[in-house]
Design a protein around this ligand. Structure first.
Ligand code: PMP
Length: 425
């Protein structure tokens, strides 16, 4: 892969920050080294001394004095080593990426911890997009992605999708206006990447099938574009087995995968990670060096200690319990929708995520209904238009999140909504 052709001038021009490089060297230095180099503050002056955090089943995570000093200090931009090594093993177990043993320059798998997957994604977009570049995605799409893309001035090409995600035939048709060799000619502006949420697309809850992923990956090879696999709902797949990922198929080193702990460990600790070819992950790390510098050391140590205490098996058992919870919530929300909205609206049962995407029959735009009338009736939802590139266009859809409400509350919410729809028809 020729990665340089994908990079913006700003990303290509990034150089390692000399002091950040030193932080990485120091983390491996022997205790005998007397360091007068870094501008790290003296942690003895910090007010926090120790902590004990209770986790499930009465167990605890301890921050003794030494650990606390480390938690309060600067750390490496790519992430703390023990978390990175744990995550590397997890990715190998779950996805077995073909790139794991490739030479570094040929797309060897690498990982970088980020402040939530959102930070990783926005840095990946900034690494790749020049104004006027063509990129591919499937609407409706996560509004956080749209807001990150808009200011970069790219031309977004929507690929039609259905209840099994992106339709490969449609993607093929869109790509047929280019020749495969056009990717070598920058003036032809072949799409640089495809962005997609393969499991439980936010807002539709729709997931891509394994067969479709294979077809899409082959098209990426043919037209030489990257795939950005934004997969925060990977562990919230509500049907029993997990679908193979793009990362697991990535023989070329063209997939950048964004993972998140937000839905299964904590959203407020802000820990996510991106996995992809080393030459690209390195560019993201250089950007981190001069922006956040690194995700919170305390948050990383907390998560790392938890994961080491649980082991892979304990972590996977935990995420299965989380998925069980969301499965029950999904079933309750679908039941409430069937009870109150049958005949008034339509929806697909989501296969992953925490969202129900509902289309109201006979109302072409839900914006006013949801943003004004529903609030007056004490129900809060998101109107469909915010998930489209052109958010001013009317949308008959709205998004319901079934994460927080109890089954009883969902029942009441849909009853109120049904009344409102009837009054508005
Ligand atoms: N991608 C998608 C599709 C999401 O739904 C979200 C969160 N709502 C994110 C990324 C960002 O998640 P994080 O908390 O890991 O930054």
């Amino acid at each position: 892969m020729n990665y340089s052709r994908f990079l913006t001038a700003a990303s290509a021009a990034r150089n390692p920050s000399p002091i950040r490089v030193l932080t990485a060297i120091l983390s491996k230095a022997p205790k005998s080294l007397i360091s007068l180099a870094p501008g790290a503050p003296n942690p003895n002056t910090f007010p926090f001394k120790t902590a004990s955090i209770t986790i499930e089943n009465g167990k605890t995570i301890q921050f003794g004095e030494e650990m606390m000093k480390r938690a309060l200090q600067y750390s490496q931009s790519a992430g703390i080593p023990e978390l990175l090594s744990w995550l590397t093993q997890l990715q190998i177990k779950l996805h077995n990426p073909p790139t794991i043993h490739y030479p570094a320059s040929q797309g060897q798998m690498d990982i970088c911890v980020t402040c939530g997957s959102q930070e990783g994604l926005s840095k990946v977009f900034e690494m790749l997009i020049n104004p006027g570049d063509n990129i591919l995605l499937n609407e409706p799409v996560y509004s956080g992605t749209l807001q990150a893309l808009h200011p970069l001035g790219c031309n977004i090409i929507n690929i039609p999708s259905d209840e099994n995600g992106i339709i490969p035939k449609s993607l093929k048709e869109i790509l047929s206006k280019w020749k495969p060799e056009d990717s070598q000619n920058p003036t032809k502006k072949t799409p640089k990447f495809l962005y997609t949420v393969p499991n439980g697309n936010n807002p539709t809850g729709v997931s891509l099938t394994s067969d479709r992923k294979k077809e899409i990956y082959e098209l990426a090879r043919k037209y030489d574009f990257l795939i950005i696999e934004d997969d925060p709902y990977y562990f919230l797949q509500l049907n029993k087995s997990r679908t193979p990922t793009f990362l697991s198929m990535d023989v070329d080193g063209r997939v950048i995968r964004a993972d998140s702990f937000s839905k299964v460990l904590s959203s407020g600790l802000r820990i996510g990670f991106i996995t992809g070819p080393k030459p690209l992950i390195e560019r993201v790390i250089l950007h981190v060096q001069v922006s956040t510098m690194h995700p919170s050391t305390f948050a990383q140590l907390l998560i790392s200690q938890l994961l080491h205490q649980w082991g892979e098996e304990g972590f996977l058992a935990h995420v299965d319990r989380v998925a069980d919870f969301y499965r029950k919530q999904r079933d309750a929300s679908v039941e409430a929708a069937e009870k109150w909205l049958s005949g008034l609206a339509e929806w697909h049962v989501p296969t992953a995520s925490m969202f129900l995407w509902i289309k109201i029959k006979g109302i072409s735009d839900t914006k006013k209904l949801i943003e004004e009338k529903a609030i007056k009736k004490q129900v809060l939802m998101i109107p469909g238009n915010v998930f489209y590139v052109d958010s001013s266009a009317p949308s008959p859809y709205f998004r319901v999140s079934f994460s927080l409400a109890s089954p009883e509350q969902m029942d009441v919410a849909f009853q109120r909504l049904a009344q409102l729809i009837k009054e508005s028809l």
